[in-house]
Structures are given as C-alpha cells and as structure tokens.
Ligand binder design. Structure first.
Ligand code: C2E
Ligand code: CA
Ligand code: CA
Ligand code: CA
Length: 274
C-alpha cells in the first residue's frame, strides 16, 4: 500500500494544474449524476463462436450535461476515489437485473464490479436485495471482477465471492492476462469464466506472440475446466482463429457494439411490431 501511495503522489504531481482542476470538476459533477439521471446502461452481446448470443455485458455510460459522453475509463477511477462507485455500481446492478428480468429469453447478464464495491459496503446484501426486487434468477447473473478485487483485503474478497457463488451467481475473471498475478488467482478461487483481455485479441494478426499467449491461456483454462470468452473480437479472422483453438465464447464489435437494449430487442426475444 505504501508503494502504491508513492506512485500515486508522483502521478498527481505530473498532472498539470488544468488537469487537476478538470478532475476536481468532474468529481464534483459526479455527485449529481445519479440524482439527475445522467447515467445509462449499454448492453453488449456475448456469443458462442457460431454467433449464437447467450447474454449481454452491462456497460455504464455517463451523459454529462455539457461534456456529452464521458468514457468510463475516465470517470470510474474518480468515482472509486470518492467512494461514489458503491452507489453507482448498485444502480448499474439494479438496472441490468431489472432489464434482464424483462427478457422473454433467459439470457445471462454480466455486470462489472469495482474493487471498491467489493471492499466497502455490504455488496452481498445489496445484490441479494436487487435479485429479490427484480425477480431475476441468480443463475442468470454473472459478475466480472479484475484481479484488483483480490488485491485489497484478500480474505474478505474471497469470502464475498464464495457467498455470491453460493447464491448461484457466476464469477468471471475480467481482463485476464493484463495483471501481475492473474495466474496465482486462478488457484485461489474457482472462477466460472475467464475473459481474455482485448489487447491479446487485437494483436492476434500483428504479433505472433499474442497468438501463442491466447493459445496458452486457452489450454490452461481448459485444463482447469474453465470456459473462456475472448474480448474485443472485431474480425472474422480473429473469430476463426479462436474457434479453431476451441475458445468457447466471444464478445466484440464483430457480434455487436455496446448500445441501448432497444437495438437488441429481437435477440432477447421481444418481437417488435414495425
Ligand atoms: P471492460 O470491462 O474490459 O469492458 C470492455 C470494454 O471494451 C468496453 O469499453 C467495451 O465497449 C469495449 N469493447 C468491446 N468490444 C470491443 C471491440 O470489439 N473493440 C474495441 N476496440 N473495444 C471493444 P467501455 O464500455 O468503454 O468500458 C471501459 C471499462 O470501464 C470497462 O472495461 C470496465 O472496466 C469499466 N466499466 C464499464 N462499466 C462499468 C461498470 O458498470 N462498473 C465498473 N466498475 N466498471 C465499468
Ligand atoms: Ca468487463
Ligand atoms: Ca474486460
Ligand atoms: Ca478492459
């Protein structure tokens, strides 16, 4: 934690005054965003390698009143810093579960969890409450965590994940391969799915190393009986490679971009009259 502290100080020092002011402004605006309904959820399809859609990942969007859409990579770290991510994350979970509960087809919905949500607050109780409230079967909910979730209070995180799993919720390891200790976490928790990070997929054609890494991840995951979903699949060549290597699922622009669920109503089984 000490090392992290120092790195953080240096990071802020390298920020210009302008950047610092901007960050403070955004952080201030974030406090009103929930009350003023500035958040929305986009859904991105997840499919088997033959293209059959099996679920959606919920991705948070912030439509700022003057700046327009602020990317999550920009505002989520700020919300984590001031703790607002706990409320915002709960909101995303509720929206995603409510939406999924309304689908005629029992597809799964995947929701990202921030390390801060896992370490603070009573996440188990709020998830349980949300499932009751929306009527979504726990087996249709998947939560995506990065290794950051396991870096803080490891025992606390592990216990929480175990209790979620006991409820029937699936746990996916997100951004696999980008952290320092992805491998060691595989032995500490029985993940239900591994998401290979987009960076390996986008480099598939350009760098031979990426193809070898993807192969290695797939063979490791399969030896452990964990299905794999590849992120950021954009081309048919990438899909074909992954299918050949027995990757189970894919997500990416090739199947569909994150968008309002309205765009995907036919996939969730809602017949729209035209
Ligand atoms: P992530 O969980 O790794 O989400 C995947 C990101 O890849 C999304 O970016 C998605 O739009 C993008 N993506 C998907 N397919 C493709 C593709 O084929 N090509 C390319 N170039 N990109 C693709 P997005 O929506 O900007 O989200 C960025 C990150 O913000 C997410 O990365 C996640 O870490 C975080 N995030 C988003 N929503 C939430 C949320 O509700 N809670 C938390 N804690 N984090 C969230
Ligand atoms: Ca994710
Ligand atoms: Ca990811
Ligand atoms: Ca990512």
């Amino acid at each position: 934690a000490k090392r992290e502290g120092r790195a953080r100080v240096r990071f802020f020092e390298s920020e210009t005054d302008q950047e610092l002011r901007d960050r403070r402004l955004l952080q201030h605006d974030l406090r009103q965003a929930l009350e003023q309904n500035q958040f929305l959820v986009h859904f991105q399809p997840q499919a088997r390698m033959d293209g059959e859609v099996i679920g959606f990942e919920a991705l948070l969007r912030w439509n700022h009143p003057t700046r327009g859409f602020v990317p999550p990579d920009r505002f989520i770290p700020l919300a984590e810093e001031n703790g607002l991510i706990v409320q915002i994350g709960e909101w995303v979970l509720r929206e995603a579960c409510r939406e999924a509960a309304s689908w005629p087809r029992p597809l799964q919905v995947a929701v990202n969890l921030s390390p801060v949500q896992v370490q603070a607050g009573d996440l188990e109780r709020s998830i349980h409450q949300i499932l009751l409230e929306t009527g979504l079967a726990p087996t249709r909910l998947e939560v995506e965590i990065t290794e950051g979730v396991l870096i803080g209070d490891f025992t606390r995180a592990l216990n929480l994940l175990r209790r979620l799993k006991a409820l029937g919720i699936r746990i996916a390891m997100d951004d696999f391969g980008t952290g320092y200790s992805s491998l060691s976490y595989l032995q500490s928790f029985p993940f239900d799915k591994i998401k290979i990070d987009r960076s390996f997929i986008s480099n598939l054609e350009a760098t031979p190393q990426s193809a070898e890494i993807v192969r290695a991840v797939l063979s490791l995951a399969h030896a452990l009986n964990i299905p794999v979903i590849a992120e950021g699949v954009e081309t048919e060549a990438q899909r074909a490679f992954l299918a050949r290597e027995a990757c189970e699922e894919m997500q990416g622009y090739l199947v569909g971009r994150p968008d309002l669920i309205e765009r995907y109503l036919d996939l969730v089984g809602v017949t729209v009259e035209r």
